[in-house]
Design a protein around this ligand. Structure first.
Ligand code: SF4
Length: 442
């Protein structure tokens, strides 16, 4: 369940129903002002709502005074072991301070930090890490790591409440995805404070993104979590922000920029779609609107599952088609598909978000689609549609099958020969798929 309480980290509300905030952490030495500010600007541009900086030494606390003034987004000071640095970070004007009360030197020192935080109106992020639980929970951690994490978090919350301090969010960090999910589910039922989510030391961009998507995505889908951070082993903190946004966009929790839909490709693919999708994805980064753009590897499906997309392309060996909201716009040579797609998108914006359709071009595209569509093909999309319908009920599944067997354009009966052969394209099994060069054009 969503947290009841809300705190304010600089200009960003956290918890209490506020949009889930995207957080990341700089990888630079904080005292290196130029490098740190450069990275903060980069992550802010990528969409970070809040940034955390490590403050392990005096010069970092000193640099913080400038960083909090120059940063375009609120700054959290990350402190471990040294309560004096926590005090200095609050004095420097940090918008929030992260500390684990268990490692800051005892309750008196925590109380000292709390007193100053209260005086300055600085919220805290308090939490526990699976790797550094208090001694009395070590055996429990061995027997039941989830209970140990939650117990440690509850003890921290109790300490804050004893000190009459409620201006905080809580985090429980574990490297284990199941433990992250289970412990946050449990804790969210027990406390009203906002939760910060993350799978700690998740790994490389590839594995870390997947672990985070599974762990954080599961919790967010349950309505649990108020800020998220994707921990990736990369110097490029903006990559963490991009992954966080993809998770939030996939769950439709927040909107930011275009949504790219691309088919998974299969043996019907007739052009180098890897390259096309990569180029479309990269060029879409220049747009801020949440338009949906679809790329289909062939016209066998027609526009099919991507009918709702604002814009889309469907390609074949020499020719492809651009469409909008399920209606063809124009037919273009495959080599020009991407450029023409973006011309159409730009025309749409120039005309105040209105589709500009040339009827003659649209008619030509419709005819091309009717020639290339194959209503009898069992494509991944159609199988998925049948399965989805079957999950609803058998009658709906039959209807999908019937519709499939009668082509919408030419109404060809079932069993007709597929309209698009594969002559002229050869599959190069030796080439690296990573290089995106699986096909050579004949
Ligand atoms: S059948 Fe579907 S998955 Fe296969 S290439 Fe065509 S659109 Fe892509």
């Amino acid at each position: 369940m969503a947290s009841e309480r809300q705190i304010q980290v600089g200009s960003v509300p956290v918890g209490g129903g506020a949009p889930v905030a995207v957080q990341t952490m700089t990888k630079t030495e904080t005292a290196n002002l130029a490098a740190t500010m450069r990275q903060i600007r980069t992550v802010a541009e990528a969409g970070a709502d809040i940034v955390r900086v490590a403050v392990p030494r005096e010069p970092d606390a000193e640099a913080l005074k400038t960083i909090v003034v120059e940063s375009p987004i609120p700054v959290i000071a990350d402190i471990h072991f040294n309560h004096t640095l926590a005090l200095k970070a609050i004095e420097a004007g940090a918008h929030c301070v992260r500390l684990n009360p268990g490692n800051i030197g005892g309750p008196e020192k925590v109380a000292e930090v709390i007193a100053l935080a209260r005086e300055k109106g600085t919220p805290l992020r308090v939490g526990v890490n699976s790797g550094s639980l208090p001694k009395h929970l070590r055996q429990l951690e061995y027997d039941n790591p989830v209970e140990a994490l939650v117990t440690a978090a509850l003890e921290t919350v109790a300490l804050m409440e004893r000190l009459d301090f409620q201006d905080f969010k809580v985090s429980m960090k574990s490297t284990s995805v199941p433990n992250t999910i289970a412990s946050n589910r449990l804790l969210s039922q027990k406390i009203p404070y906002p939760l910060h989510l993350g799978v700690t030391e998740a790994g490389t961009k590839w594995s870390g993104s997947l672990k985070s998507a599974v762990g954080l995505g599961t919790l967010l889908a349950d309505g649990i979590g108020d800020t998220i951070r994707i921990s990736l082993s990369t110097f490029h903190a903006e990559e963490e922000v991009k992954v966080a946004w993809e998770i939030l966009k996939a769950l439709k929790l927040r909107e930011k920029g275009p949504v790219l839909i691309a088919c998974p490709t299969c043996g019907r693919l007739q052009f180098d779609m890897d390259t096309v999708v990569a180029e479309v994805e990269q060029r879409l980064e220049a747009y801020e609107d949440p338009i949906e753009v679809s790329v289909l590897g062939c016209a066998v499906n027609g526009i099919g599952e991507a009918r709702h997309a604002d814009f889309g392309i469907t390609g074949a060996k020499d020719m492809g088609m651009i469409y909008s909201k399920g209606e063809p716009l124009k037919k273009v040579p495959t080599a020009q598909l991407v450029d023409e797609l973006f011309k159409e998108i730009d025309r749409y914006y120039a005309a105040g978000k209105t589709i500009q359709r040339d009827e003659a071009e649209a008619a030509e595209a419709r005819a091309w689609l009717a020639e290339n569509e194959d209503a009898t093909a069992m494509t991944p999309e159609r199988i998925a549609a049948m399965e989805a319908a079957a999950a609803e009920n058998d009658e709906a599944a039959e209807q999908v099958l019937e519709e499939m067997l009668v082509a919408p354009g030419e109404k060809e009966p079932a069993g007709a020969a597929p309209g698009n052969g594969s002559a002229g394209v050869s599959l190069d099994e030796e080439a690296s798929p990573v290089a995106g060069r699986r096909f050579s054009r004949g």
